[in-house]
Design a protein around this ligand. Structure first.
Ligand SMILES: Nc1ncnc2c1ncn2[C@@H]1O[C@H](COP(=O)(O)OP(=O)(O)OP(=O)(O)O)[C@@H](O)[C@H]1O
Ligand SMILES: Nc1ncnc2c1ncn2[C@@H]1O[C@H](COP(=O)(O)OP(=O)(O)OP(=O)(O)O)[C@@H](O)[C@H]1O
Lengths: 217, 217
């Protein structure tokens, strides 16, 4: 079983420890604040109060035995950078770090962080697309040019089958799921009839998705 | 055009203003800190230094003319709650607020916030699933029981067509896209040949996805 450590139990680090617990994984959770250590002791296998800036503290934690360490300090960019540097020097294979801004991202990249995470920025992208369009419920980037969107089916699509609408031929994108009330219909068949208010899960090139959103829904 | 205001220009609020700017939307950006106002003045239509706790300040901002207002204060939960309350009392149709924790979420719900956002928690869910499994690159929740996962195709699937693999019949989930290098193949045909290292975009019920991840990839 992978040995995982989470350093810094803020909103992101703390949520990670809870999620790992739900997935049945062992974790070591570390924070300099005793309140945080107490708050998360029920979710992590080990919870330790320590300041990770000190290299000898990291060694005493036995951090070298861990396969993956997440560094999740926000306000104190220097602590994040120094801790990440120490971890890579101690030979940790995978060090993932949360970045505060573009400058922080660049420095983490240069010192060898294996993955850099921007929780707020990524969420802002999804929320902005939802707000910008009445019809889009969610927007998930797959690559620079392809995405998945959840779009609300309007009156225009009511009582029509996927076959009649022929969306793939007309717009180049593909309806891969339909959310109706609490249920999701995966890979709907051509004869599936759409209802007003269905949430269509559509995959495609961004240009095709825009055309479908403007003209097809 | 929808009139949007963003109150609080931290990592989340600031990213939102930048995203709206890219989508060509007008925004009013407000923060009590002059540094933030200067930082984001190039992205928003109007940028104003103000403390939104004061109801008369909100009226002077002409906030009643806005269709949607995002409240993005983190550390100061009280400011977030009071501002959201004032906005609903002033009759703003859509007030979306970022929540710091479950307690904050409950209060925002009770006072009428129209949507409550947890950027760090949602990102933690995606990252935890990626770390928990070697094969899963990304995990996106669609509902309580259905998700989309990005899974790396192993040696086992190399040089086989989707027809031969018959994943829909065997596992109940559906491959809706294939990421190969920078390109995405949308709604692949049955004759499509898979290569080791392809990233499969799969939709399905969580139980089926787990089975596919364990036995099928
Ligand atoms: N050097 C350090 N050693 C151990 N813990 C630390 C260190 N520096 C900061 N922390 C802890 O990391 C946690 C997160 O830090 P901070 O609140 O600065 O980040 P944040 O970006 O606001 O977090 P989030 O957005 O996830 O809530 C805090 O609980 C803090 O006590
Ligand atoms: N009453 C207020 N009026 C206007 N601006 C405010 C008010 N309270 C806080 N802010 C501003 O909101 C911004 C975000 O606040 P804060 O840093 O507490 O949140 P945060 O949750 O850490 O943000 P993020 O996670 O998005 O970085 C700050 O720039 C702060 O100046």
């Amino acid at each position: 079983m992978k040995q995982i450590a989470v350093l810094g139990l803020g909103r992101f680090g703390g949520s990670l420890v809870k999620e790992f617990n739900e997935l049945g994984l062992d974790t070591m959770a570390v924070d300099k604040s005793i309140d945080k250590v107490n708050e998360f002791s029920q979710y992590a296998t080990h919870t330790i109060q320590a300041n990770t800036l000190d290299e000898s503290t990291l060694k005493q934690l036995g951090i070298r035995n861990f396969d993956l360490v997440v560094v999740s300090f926000g306000e104190d960019i220097e602590a994040s950078i120094l801790t990440t540097l120490h971890l890579k020097e101690l030979g940790i294979k995978q060090v993932w770090a949360k970045a505060q801004n573009d400058y922080h991202h660049k420095v983490l990249e240069k010192i060898g962080a294996d993955r850099i995470i921007h929780p707020e920025r990524d969420m802002a992208k999804r929320v902005a697309h939802h707000i910008a369009s009445e019809k889009i419920i969610d927007f998930i980037e797959l690559s620079k040019e392809h995405s998945i969107v959840e779009i609300i089916a309007s009156e225009k699509l009511h009582n029509q089958t996927l076959l009649e609408l022929d969306i793939r031929a007309k717009y180049g994108c593909s309806i891969v799921g339909i959310q109706r009330n609490e249920d999701v219909i995966v890979a709907p068949l051509a004869e599936e009839v759409l209802h007003k208010g269905d949430v269509l899960i559509v995959i495609g090139h961004n240009m095709d998705l825009n055309r479908f959103e403007e003209k097809g829904v």
